[in-house]
Structure formats: C-alpha cells, structure tokens
Design a protein around this ligand. Structure first.
Ligand code: EPS
Length: 396
C-alpha cells in the first residue's frame, strides 16, 4: 500500500511557499486554524531575525479539501511570503524591462551558495540561496500538520523540545525525560522551545551575546512520538527500515548535521547489557522498563515512544562574516551577508516534528491502508486488538 508523498515549492522571497501532499485518505477533518497553529509555532524563537516580524504565515487550502474534510485527492496548501513585496523586481517570475539584477557572487561558508553555483552553472548565488533558505520548511510544516491530524486518529502524537543551544542545555541524561512528564504547553510558550525556564534564561543570554558579536548558534532538538503500536515499518528491504527513513527525513531539514535515535552514538561505547531493553511479563502484556532503543528495533516501531535527536549547525550567515572569494574575479573578500537569524533551533524542532509526523503517517498508511480515514482507523484497531489478544502490547 502506498504512503504519503510530499512536494514543496517556493523561493524565500518569491510570491509564496506551496506544498502538495498526496496519499491522504478521504474524510480527515482539516481546518486552516490548526495548520496555522503549527505555522505560528515554527515562526517563533528568541534568535529569529527581522523577517519574522514581516511574515504572518497563514495557510490557504487550495485543493484536496471540501467543506472541512479531505477528499482523498492531492492536498495543496499555500502560504504567502509577505516579504515578496519588497523583493518584487529581483524575485518576480517575469523580468522587468530595464531592471538590472545585483548578483550575489560571494558564497557564504556553510550555506548552499558555493556547491549550488557549481551545480547549476550560475554566477548569482541568489539562484541558489532563495530555495535553499529555511523558508522552504513552511511547506513541510503545513503538510506535517495534516500528517499529525491523521496520526491523532489512531492515537499517535508527536512533540519536540530544544535540548541545547550553543552548548547550553538541559542537564539530563538520556532518557531523562518522559513524554508524560514534559509540560508541552510550557515548551510552546518558551521562546527557546525549552521546558526549563532557568535553562531558557541562559540560552537567551547566549543569543544576546552572539547577536552582539555577529555570531550565530546551533543546537540540539529532541522529538518524541508516542502511541504507536509495534510492527510499523520493516526490515525486509532497504527502504522499509523506519529508523533509516526517519533519520533521512529529519536529516533533510536545512542545517541538520546529525540525527540519532534512542541512545544513539552513546550506545556504541557500552556493552550490550547497558544498551538493550529487557522484556518483563506485565499484566496482560509484555512490559519494558527502559527505552534505550528509542522506540525502534529492526527498522520497526516496538511499542515504546520514539525518541530522536537532531544536531543543527549554526546559521551560515554571519554578521561578522568569514573569509570567502568573490567568484566574479577570484579576489579574497568577506562572505556575503544579509539579514538573517542568530539561531533557529526552536523553529527547527517544529520542522522536525513535521518530518517525523509525515514519515510515521506514511509508514502507518503503507501498513494499514484505507481510502477513507474510517477504513484506516478500523484496520489499525483490528491489528491492535490482535496484539492485545496475544499479550504483546496494550495501549496505555
Ligand atoms: C534564511 C534567512 C532568513 C530567515 C529565513 C531563512 O530570511 P531573510 O533572508 O528573509 O531574512 O528568516 O527563514 C525564514 C524566512 C523562515 O520563514 O524560516 C536562510 O538564509 O536560510
């Protein structure tokens, strides 16, 4: 059975960001207001730059939804770039007579500029940086919102928080948090996406000093998903493995340089007894007091919450620019700089939630199918009832 397929389109200062999501079953209740809530969460963050004062990301549902419910046809969503008005001459699809475009010829270390200019045989990095901009993640979050609604139909939730920013972080050892113990509302109201107000204050101080010194920062966010039954995903073929798919999906977010699941890299340094999660006979179902695997074994969900972390590198646009070369004449100069964020880790975690939701929803649809949400839900329920009967797992 087929899962979800996502295509996004849009240049950062072009007219709009768009996405087309294929494979959503019919009958899912979708409201623009719930998508807008996720879009607003993605816009927040203490280190965001001036652009976020301009944008008010609000979705227009263009196709695939009728009278508040999906039709089973491709869903098309659009979010306008309000900033496009100030970029009209250089970012409009049709050239304006007499208008001379100022080319960006000095690549920023860490950005897509250099490799993209080589790839597309262009002397203007704006041809590259407009699409490689993290503005593109608007479409992912809008589509992810629909995936979340689908997952909610079968009792699955996805949430994330910022674990550390520029090296300042929560002093908890893995797995030091339990999704049920996290105050998710406070994560959403935190300007840094962090559940601990004392750590958040430290993070904000760090952002203030980075801004003053023309620096940028990265960080680590952690995504939790819970309510999944065991056996979603697979090991039979390369592309079935859900851990690989999730790492790929989150690793495709701009600026992500590392993704780990469960204990991740730490598991490589310990003996097996310190890594694997023992089984115990519980009341009516097998129980596992630890979740070092982070909810995945053998490329499949194992009935425990998914725990995934991603490392985001610092934003490549520095107000104190690094050395670069003007590709017009080969002279050594300072890298191109333009308005940007100091850090965007809290925003990236919302994008991470969206990518995880899309991948999980897709794997669920591949396993359980259904032209309608009702059919999808009932085949999940039948499977879960079978697991309960066999004493393997029960929904808590
Ligand atoms: C980005 C640079 C900034 C960010 C942008 C990503 O935009 P601008 O150049 O317009 O100031 O604000 O992120 C967004 C616009 C967004 O919505 O997340 C970059 O170079 O990647």
């Amino acid at each position: 059975m087929s899962g979800l397929r996502l295509v996004t389109a849009g240049e950062s200062h072009g007219p709009a960001e768009l996405c087309v999501l294929e494979g959503v079953p019919a009958g899912l209740r979708v409201e623009a207001t719930s998508i807008d809530r996720d879009l607003a969460r993605r816009q927040r963050g203490y280190g965001r730059g001036g652009r976020m004062d301009i944008e008010r990301d609000c979705v227009r549902i263009l196709a695939g939804v009728r009278l508040g419910r999906t039709l089973g046809t491709p869903v098309c969503l659009l979010v306008e770039n309000r900033d496009h008005d100030s970029w009209r001459p250089s970012m409009q699809p049709e050239p304006e007579e007499g208008w001379i475009v100022d080319a960006v010829t000095v690549p920023r270390p860490g950005h897509a500029d250099f490799a993209g200019m080589a790839k597309y045989d262009t002397g203007d990095a704006r041809d590259i940086l407009e699409r490689s901009s993290a503005r593109e993640t608007v479409g992912r979050v809008a589509a992810g919102s629909i995936a979340r609604l689908l997952l909610a139909e079968v009792g699955v939730e996805v949430r994330g928080f910022v674990r550390s920013l520029g090296g300042v972080g929560l002093s908890i050892d893995f797995p030091g948090l339990d999704a049920a113990e996290v105050d998710w509302a406070s994560v959403d109201t935190s300007e840094c996406g962090c559940p601990d107000p004392a750590v958040e204050r430290e993070m904000k101080d760090l952002v203030d000093s980075a801004r003053l010194s023309g620096e940028s920062l990265g960080g680590v966010f952690e995504i939790w998903a819970w309510g999944m039954c065991p056996g979603v995903g697979g090991f039979a073929s390369v592309g079935d493995r859900l851990d690989g798919r999730l790492m790929g999906a989150v690793g495709s977010i701009p600026a992500i340089k590392g993704v780990e699941i469960g204990m991740g890299f730490a598991a490589a340094d310990l003996p097996g007894s310190g890594v694997h999660d023992p089984f115990h006979a519980g009341l009516g179902a097998v129980v596992r007091p630890t979740n070092r695997a982070g909810g995945l074994e053998g490329g499949m969900t194992n009935g425990m919450p998914l725990i995934l972390r991603a490392a985001m590198k610092p934003i490549p646009t520095l107000m104190k620019p690094l050395a670069s070369v003007d590709l017009r004449d080969g002279s050594e100069v300072s890298a191109h700089k333009e308005r940007s964020d100091v850090e965007a880790v809290a925003a990236a975690r919302v994008v991470g939630e969206a990518m995880v939701a899309l991948e999980l929803a897709s794997a669920y649809l591949e396993k359980f199918g259904g032209d309608t949400v009702g059919q999808f839900r009932s085949s999940v329920h039948v499977y879960e009832a079978g697991l309960e009967e066999r004493g393997l797992w029960r929904r808590s």
